[in-house]
Ligand binder design. Structure first.
Ligand SMILES: Cc1ncc(COP(=O)(O)O)c(C=O)c1O
Length: 389
């Protein structure tokens, strides 16, 4: 699962080297004191190379990456932005924070945005779509992109939970106009906090870069203190400490994904023999990150019983149901004003998602576990599931 399992001496050494090199913790300036090292910039280049995209802008968090991307896309107060009902609260917060209105569409058996619902939710106020590749699995991108194209709407991928997954021959999260990534403490690679915006569009990149840094245009002919500006901005910069850690974690990413996939397949094959148990539907072109395996049971009651048995045996879940209040819009009454809905309207609108989510259990897949231990864990999860059927 996440990079936090692998935080160790390599990350510590990288921080020590940063201090040995002059201890400049700021991404810009101090040119004569930093031994010519610009770690945030290096991380951006390496991240863009990993994904195969032209531009990457590091920022302070995934939430900031979403907000800045919306600003770069020109989303304004009063606009509507469509996203999915099952996501982390940050997706909606980023929309609300710029005065726009989040519109939640229901999920389908992929546990991501239902493309049919998406098309029905589009109005003349809709200005962007944010599909969220939740827990390492792609949205039905081909369908979503076809709808976006038909209505001439930009797509911002919330790829915060899917670093390492693939879509056909490409990395997932590189197919849309612009994408947001997170390196918070629970993600595939971590920097404590941190985020990234990626795109192949130079103007979107420049707007994101300027906004995240008080409007600085980064004019190379001028010292930073004389830099030019065209839009107002804010401070969402990443620090050099975050960047040195993230660079080390990026080197571990292929290993993390490989381990995820091996351990996932051990669990999947142990559970696949259980009659009546279903797995989350994965779109054909998607090769998931495999940091989570989601099972679907027959009813809410059976699911509840299983979760209780898991808890009694010390087997945890991931987001569903353990942190569902932060990942399912049905619970976000505190946003009702911004959504333009009452609590009852919100709950009624999201009933189809609720019916799917209350039958699901998300099982985390760990990286640092031996085959032997994984086989034993898979067998004990399988036998617990059998007790509720
Ligand atoms: C789907 C999704 N979007 C956005 C975020 C926000 O990322 P951050 O915690 O880096 O602000 C997260 C983090 O949990 C997430 O899971």
């Amino acid at each position: 699962m996440p990079g936090y399992e692998l935080i160790g001496k390599e990350e510590r050494n990288a921080v020590n080297e940063l201090f040995d090199d002059g201890g400049i913790l700021f991404a810009h300036g101090f040119d004569s004191m930093r031994n010519n090292r610009y770690h945030v910039r290096e991380f951006e280049e390496q991240f863009a190379d990993y994904l195969g995209v032209k531009y990457a802008q590091a920022v302070s968090s995934g939430t900031a990456a979403l907000k800045i991307s919306l600003i770069a896309l020109g989303i304004k107060r009063g606009d509507e932005v469509i996203t999915q009902a099952f996501t982390f609260v940050a997706t909606a917060e980023a929309i609300l924070d710029i005065g726009a209105k989040p519109v939640f569409v229901n999920i389908n058996e992929t546990l991501n945005m239902d493309p049919d619902e998406l098309e029905n939710a589009i109005t003349e106020k809709t200005k962007a779509i944010i599909p969220v590749h939740m827990l390492g699995v792609a949205t039905e991108q081909d369908k979503i992109h076809a709808i976006a194209k038909k209505h001439n709407l930009p797509v911002l991928d919330d790829a915060c939970e899917s670093l390492g997954a693939e879509w056909g021959n490409e990395k997932l999260g590189t197919q849309s106009d612009i994408s947001a990534w997170s390196f918070d403490a629970g993600k595939t690679i971590i920097a404590g906090e941190g985020g990234m915006i990626t795109t192949n569009d130079r103007e979107l990149y420049m707007l994101a870069r300027e906004y995240h840094d008080h409007g600085h245009m980064g004019n190379e002919k001028l010292p930073r203190g004389r830099d030019t500006h065209r839009i107002h901005g804010f401070n969402y910069r990443m620090t050099e400490i975050q960047a040195v850690i993230a660079k080390v974690q990026l080197k571990k990413l292929d290993y993390i994904v490989k381990q995820n996939r091996e351990n996932y397949s051990i669990l999947e094959s142990a559970l696949s023999e259980i009659n009546g148990l279903k797995f989350r539907k994965i779109p054909n072109q998607c090769k998931p990150l495999c940091d989570t395996l989601i099972i679907q049971l027959g009813s809410k009651n059976i699911t509840k019983k299983l979760v209780e048995r898991f808890a009694a045996e010390g087997i945890g879940t991931k987001n569903v149901p353990d942190a569902i209040e932060w990942h399912f819009a049905k619970y976000w009454d505190h946003m009702c004003d911004g959504l333009g809905l009452t609590h009852d309207e919100l709950v009624t609108q999201l009933k189809p998602s609720n019916e799917i989510i209350e039958r699901c259990v998300a099982l985390p897949i760990m990286v640092k576990v031996s085959d032997d231990a994984m086989n034993k864990k898979a067998a004990s999860i399988a036998s617990l599931i059998k007790t509720v059927f």
